[in-house]
Design a protein around this ligand. Structure first.
Ligand code: CA
Length: 235
């Protein structure tokens, strides 16, 4: 899950980013409206936390533009204005929810979870590939009946692969969708996470049942007839 925070109060923006990263979200920050619009236009975010009062481009304008550009994007608006008409305008401009400042971080998390859950249930209830099951909304994954104990990154990588069964996914694709902008990235870190993910899946890179290494990246072996449907035949 990739989140963009658009907030000109630097301390608040940083605190939110830190808290959300601890929850396992990939987070970017924009400190004004122009930057928020620019980042939102370029990057594929799942959700934007958008302050209404911004010094340059108004939050409502950012919201309207983002909504126009990406109809599926979730937008949670932050507002110091508690007046009813402001909230109505915000929702009319395409915000999915709003939170009045000051708020508790726990409430923000709950709103984010509720928005993502609502959205994910609508878009993609539960992912299945072979004997793997992954529930993006509940953030749990199983292999057969056994629940997998995955880190946030491993979970995000597996989710990304399971959304594209049979497709070749490059390390750059994974970095783009699973990591934040501000992290120093090396494709080697993707390899490290793939390695630990394979270990937890009981997979073998040389004779993969789940994640195959191919030229250009990785592929989730999910569909019937790709060698993974009959593991008992392997000596
Ligand atoms: Ca502000």
């Amino acid at each position: 899950m990739r989140i963009l925070i658009v907030e000109d109060e630097v301390d608040l923006a940083r605190a939110l980013a830190r808290g959300l990263k601890q929850e396992g979200y990939a987070v970017d920050v924009a400190l004004n409206g122009e930057e928020g619009w620019a980042k939102g236009e370029i990057n594929e975010y799942d959700l934007v936390i958008l302050d209404l009062n911004l010094p340059d481009m108004d939050g409502l304008e950012v919201c309207r533009r983002l909504r126009e550009r990406r109809p599926e994007l979730l937008i949670l608006m932050l507002t110091a204005r508690g007046r009813l008409e402001d909230r109505v305008i915000g929702l009319d401009q395409g915000a999915d929810d709003y939170l009045v400042k000051p708020f508790y971080f726990e409430e923000l998390l709950a709103r984010i979870r509720a928005l993502l859950r609502r959205d994910l249930r609508a878009r993609q209830p539960v992912l299945r590939a072979g004997d793997l099951t992954l529930d993006p909304a509940a953030r749990v994954a199983w292999r057969g009946k056994r629940r997998l104990e995955l880190t946030a990154k491993e979970f995000a990588i597996l989710e990304y692969l399971m959304r594209r069964p049979g497709e070749v996914v490059s390390q750059e694709d994974i970095i783009e969708h699973v990591w934040s902008e501000d992290v120093n990235l090396f494709t080697s870190s993707v390899r490290v996470h793939i390695h630990s993910l394979r270990r937890k899946l009981g997979d073998d890179a040389k004779h993969p049942r789940y994640i195959e290494t191919v030229a250009g990246g990785y592929r989730l072996l999910a569909s019937e007839g790709e060698g993974n449907e009959n593991p008992s035949a392997v000596p």
